[in-house]
Design a protein around this ligand. Structure first.
Ligand SMILES: [Zn+2]
Length: 113
């Protein structure tokens, strides 16, 4: 158990109230949730084989994929330019065949650098 310390004076004479802490040294109080406010861990995006993908990786198609709204088909093995991971349904944005596209990570594999 680590003793809560006051974020202002760093003393550990702290009262633990049901929903907040109170510092007996300087009187500062702060909510319990403060420590949990840290940014959520970055989302992990994995390719079809479970390799973790990161911005700047190169990926290749593992299956032919017809692009929505066009007659273009991305062929198996087509390599991307360095990818960028984004939020949403299609986790990857990148350029393939000079087209900017969004891809699902499950349709690609990471190409070793
Ligand atoms: Zn204090």
């Amino acid at each position: 158990m680590s003793q809560a310390a006051c974020p202002l004076c760093e003393m550990t004479d702290v009262l633990d109230h049901p929903d907040h802490f109170e510092c007996l040294t300087c009187g500062h109080d702060w909510p319990h949730a403060a420590a949990a406010d840290a940014p959520a861990a970055a989302r992990v995006v994995k390719d079809a084989y479970g390799n973790v993908l990161a911005d700047g990786d190169i990926v290749a198609m593992i299956k032919d994929l017809k692009l929505k709204g066009s007659s273009e088909v991305l062929k198996t093995g087509t390599k991307s330019k360095p990818i960028r991971l984004v939020d949403g349904d299609h986790e990857i944005t990148c350029k393939m065949d000079d087209m900017a596209i969004g891809l699902k990570a499950c349709f690609v594999k990471k190409v070793p650098a």
